[in-house]
Design a protein. Structure first.
Length: 137
């Protein structure tokens, strides 16, 4: 397992290239606030937007997840823990005011980048609206 890529996967790189080409700037492998050893794949910190791109095998994709036959019980526990950790991380970020977008590695990078760009634009507009209301007082 030590040879498995845990960051900078092909799916992550493809999405990041598209986001960068669209003029969006972000943080990579950003630490989850208050949760040691957990990272956000792509983070827009000023608007609190977390983008996580999950591998189908490691995170239990409903379409593509497979079950290893060798040492099946150990693998089932391992993958269940991964999914529970994903849910815990999402809940933690949402409680801290972050919007969390999760995508599967099999999703088209163009579609993922487009969705992320839409949410970034929406959150930036909402933030600008809140700031202008505060200055008008």
């Amino acid at each position: 397992m030590s040879k498995q890529v845990s960051k900078d996967t092909a799916a992550e790189l493809a999405v990041r290239r598209l986001l960068h080409a669209a003029g969006l700037r972000y943080r990579v492998e950003y630490p989850v606030p208050g949760m040691p050893r957990r990272r956000i794949d792509v983070a827009f910190t000023s608007i609190k937007l977390a983008v996580l791109i999950d591998g189908c095998f490691w995170h239990g994709c409903p379409e593509h997840a497979t079950q290893p036959k060798a040492n099946a019980q150990w693998w089932r526990q391992k993958l269940d823990r991964n999914m529970a950790r994903d849910a815990e991380t999402t809940e933690h970020l949402m409680a801290a005011g972050w919007e969390v977008l999760r995508f599967w590695e099999h999703e088209a990078p163009d579609a993922v980048a487009l969705r992320v760009a839409e949410i970034v634009q929406r959150r930036r507009a909402a933030l600008a609206g809140r700031r202008s209301k505060g200055k008008a007082r």
